[in-house]
Design a binder for this molecule. Structure first.
Ligand SMILES: Cc1cc2nc3c(=O)[nH]c(=O)nc-3n(C[C@H](O)[C@H](O)[C@H](O)COP(=O)(O)O)c2cc1C
Length: 281
């Protein structure tokens, strides 16, 4: 317990947030501020009000996204804001018909965009040969993810809810056709955005104890073992509170990666990415 908590008898704000995040009695130093409180309060939102997302909110979210670091400042990502319900419905069909896509007034599609740097380099008389390597594909994916997460933090700080949708990668070529993506542009994930429905609130989902995640000086392959039982229990209580089917996290992990079928079509992504204009040398 920190000094201030021992004086007031109340848990510090950050310790209260850590208690929700871990459910294991972890305390944190009393360094609370609005940014930390927003980040530690994250939860994915899958139930939205029909209220549209104002344009100025999108403007702020994109500014936050563009404020993320960028590999060599190449800025190799783009985003498409989809509010057309026909396009949303067709993207939702690709993503396996998820309720948050059906409900969200706004869907942001985050793209690894190597078409723009290629065009710029070609304008300078370069072949842009460096773009034909796995490294450049990774760079686009990494930068798109960093940008999107900055947008998520900004949107949550403004009272909106979001949910990432990796399931658009079930069929990136269909997404590409739907959105008119040129060669060298890959749809990384979508993000549903909207005002959370207060009648169906989402709670903070617990995470693995830090001891399972943080290694000191060298990697310890056994570090996670002691954390699993208590994490299974924490996640089961979260699932029960949220009215979700109760299943151990360890079983979820195993189910998600246990078979090729569980990849839901994403086992062919290397070939798909090549067809979308990434040589992946
Ligand atoms: C890249 C990425 C893709 C995701 N794709 C989906 C998805 O297709 N459908 C979904 O319901 N949630 C999706 N999620 C949300 C995760 O399920 C969620 O972040 C995780 O369960 C932790 O819950 P929390 O965000 O509420 O803390 C995705 C998250 C990430 C980071």
């Amino acid at each position: 317990m920190t000094l201030s908590a021992s004086i007031t008898g109340k848990p510090d704000r950050l310790t209260a947030l850590a208690a929700r995040r871990y459910r294991n009695g972890r305390s944190l130093p009393n360094h609370s501020n609005e940014a930390l409180e927003a980040i530690l309060s994250h939860r994915s939102v899958r139930d939205y009000l029909p209220q549209p997302v104002p344009e100025h909110i999108v403007d702020i979210a994109v500014t936050a996204a563009q404020s993320a670091p960028s590999s060599s400042n190449l800025q190799p990502w783009s985003v498409i804001a989809v509010e057309d319900s026909g396009i949303q419905d067709r993207l939702n069909a690709i993503a396996g018909n998820q309720r948050q896509i059906a409900q969200a007034p706004l869907l942001l599609i985050w793209l690894a965009d190597l078409a723009r740097p290629r065009s710029i380099a070609q304008g300078q008389g370069s072949n842009a040969d460096g773009l034909d390597y796995v490294e450049s594909f990774l760079l686009g994916i990494i930068d798109a993810a960093l940008a999107a997460q900055n947008a998520v933090v900004a949107l949550e700080s403004l009272g909106l809810g979001t949910c990432y949708i990796g399931a658009i990668r079930n069929d990136p070529e269909a997404v590409s056709r739907e959105l008119g993506l040129p060669d060298g542009v890959f749809p990384v994930f979508a993000l549903t955005v909207g005002y959370p429905d207060p009648a169906r609130p989402a709670d903070v989902k617990p995470r693995l104890a830090q001891e399972a995640i943080v290694h000191r000086n060298r990697y310890d392959p056994t570090a996670h073992r002691a954390a699993l039982d208590s994490y299974n229990r924490a996640l089961r209580s979260f699932q029960a509170e949220q009215g979700m089917p109760c299943i151990d996290w360890t079983a979820q992990v195993s189910n998600r990666i246990g078979t090729v079928a569980a990849l839901k079509g994403r086992h062919v992504l290397k070939d798909v990415a090549r067809r979308l204009g990434f040589a992946l040398k």
